[in-house]
Write a protein that binds this ligand. Structure first.
Ligand code: ARG
Length: 468
């Protein structure tokens, strides 16, 4: 898009000033380079405001027609890249209004009646964020469905479950993926909550105190499809909670993607060798021919930092602001936009990649087998035979030591040798010492048994459908 950055006296407030704004200050205070991103929302807000002014008798029919026609043309000019943006006109609002007046004359000058850029910008960002959040929710939904596809393929596959990144107990791969799904469901809930709380309409607050015109805020609210008009004019123009809340929800979501990324990076290493990421999500090395690097998860893990930073930027931006609007607020947009872009990009990459992940089931199973992951099952078995848990813990500890010393898994130690540790051990013990027996025994809601994972997946589809 064209930009005309020549210094010029600002028409919007020229009357009060005896010299033009300093050229550097003009560029320094301008926001049109980034707030032009929500020009559609700005025009949408202006249409609603003009229709309302007409309805209450402040704007004539012919002025309204001229304004609506002019705004349609301007929207087209911007979309086609023909609009000339001017830094002297500071922001998206004044660029559009000046162009309107240039096109339709005096009617353009009447559009701003009963309105201020303060309630205008507060409205525009909310309209923009409404669309941004629903685009993010659509990608999140795609990712969650990808997780369900991956989990349903592998309800039976056994891998080591970890605590402290040490082999703990066997779990099914499907169960692990469903843990990721739960994180994403909470993120979807947080985004929905944020969208709901944001759904109030600031227009009518004007600069800060409201306006002396007989405006109909309910009408503007309906035209813009907000849930309700903001209750308090001072709060309406100064509130940026929704920006903070959105970035905070985004930071938690990115943190989840980062944790998943960390697992994908570890698991695709030669040392774990649990999964293979499709080549199209990886890159090679310019020097080491053998390398296939998991760039997508690494980059998503890295991008988490910027979103976490944006939360701090916004909190710091707001913390010392007295009511009502302050120019500081102009600084809310770039962190917000970058959070939207980062979430959309990261979710898109993950949604594409998730169902294409291939697992190396034998390697996973071998790893679970190596780590004495059924030790707890032997202890639980002894408890069921009447041994107190602490005593059972002791017995199993000795059996594990024997296994370590003689390089055998618990399930490979013959019955007589096990019985030396406790006479409560019978030959049914092997039903519980196998990996399959161990996971199958965790057969309750939320457990890792393959049958439970299948049920969890079924419920997950219903829960996802209910989110729509
Ligand atoms: N560009 C400004 C912003 O982003 C619009 C509101 C300006 N209002 C004002 N009184 N200077 O916050």
């Amino acid at each position: 898009m064209a930009t005309d950055d020549k210094t010029q006296a600002n028409q919007q407030w020229g009357g009060r000033f005896s010299e033009s704004t300093d050229a550097f200050v003009q560029a320094f205070t301008a926001s049109s380079d980034f707030d032009r991103r929500f020009y559609r929302q700005d025009i949408m807000g202006s249409r609603a405001h003009a229709k309302m002014l007409h309805k209450v008798g402040v704007l004539s029919e012919s002025d309204l027609d001229a304004i609506l026609g002019g705004l349609d043309d301007i929207e087209q000019e911007i979309a086609n890249g023909e609009f000339v943006w001017s830094i002297a006109l500071e922001d998206v609002h004044m660029n559009i209004e000046a162009r309107l007046t240039e096109k339709i004359g005096d009617a353009g000058k009447r559009l701003h009646t009963g309105r201020s850029r303060n309630d205008q910008v507060a409205t525009d960002i909310r309209l923009y964020m409404r669309d941004a959040i629903s685009a993010i929710q659509a990608e999140l939904d795609r990712l969650m469905r990808g997780m369900l596809t991956l989990a349903s393929r592998h309800t039976q596959a056994i891998m080591p479950g970890f605590t402290h990144l040490q082999t703990a107990q066997p779990v099914t791969f499907g169960h692990h993926v469903m843990a990721w799904f739960e994180m994403m469901m909470r993120d979807a809930g947080r985004l929905r909550d944020c969208a709901t709380r944001m759904d109030v309409m600031p227009l009518g607050a004007a600069a800060l105190a409201g306006t002396s015109y007989p405006i109909d805020r309910q009408l503007t609210c309906e035209l813009l499809q907000f849930a309700s008009p903001a209750e308090n004019s001072l709060d309406a123009v100064s509130d940026r909670d929704f920006s903070i809340e959105f970035c905070a929800a985004g930071a938690i979501l990115m943190t989840h993607l980062s944790r998943i990324s960390e697992e994908l990076v570890l698991w695709s290493s030669a040392q774990f060798d649990f999964i293979s990421l499709p080549d199209r999500f990886c890159t090679g090395s310019s020097i080491m021919p053998q390398k296939k690097n998991p760039d997508v998860p690494e980059l998503v893990r890295g991008k988490t930092g910027r979103v976490n930073g944006h939360v701090i930027s916004l909190l710091t931006l707001m913390k010392s602001q007295p009511l009502a609007y302050n120019k500081d607020n102009q600084e809310d947009k770039e962190p917000l936009f970058d959070t939207v872009d980062t979430l959309l990009g990261s979710l898109r990459a993950f949604a594409d990649m998730m169902p294409a992940i291939e697992i190396k089931a034998q390697n996973m199973r071998d790893a679970a087998f190596k780590g004495f992951s059924t030790a707890t099952d032997l202890a639980d078995y002894l408890v069921r035979k009447g041994v107190a848990f602490r005593d059972a813990h002791e017995v199993v500890g000795k059996a594990v030591k024997l296994g370590v010393d003689t390089e055998r898994d618990l399930s490979e130690i013959p019955l007589e040798e096990l019985q030396a540790f406790s006479d409560k051990i019978g030959d049914d013990v092997f039903d519980f010492l196998t990996l399959e027996g161990s996971v199958a025994s965790r057969n309750h809601l939320g457990g890792t048994a393959p049958s439970q994972v299948s049920l969890a997946i079924q419920r997950a589809y219903t829960r996802l459908d209910a989110l729509q």
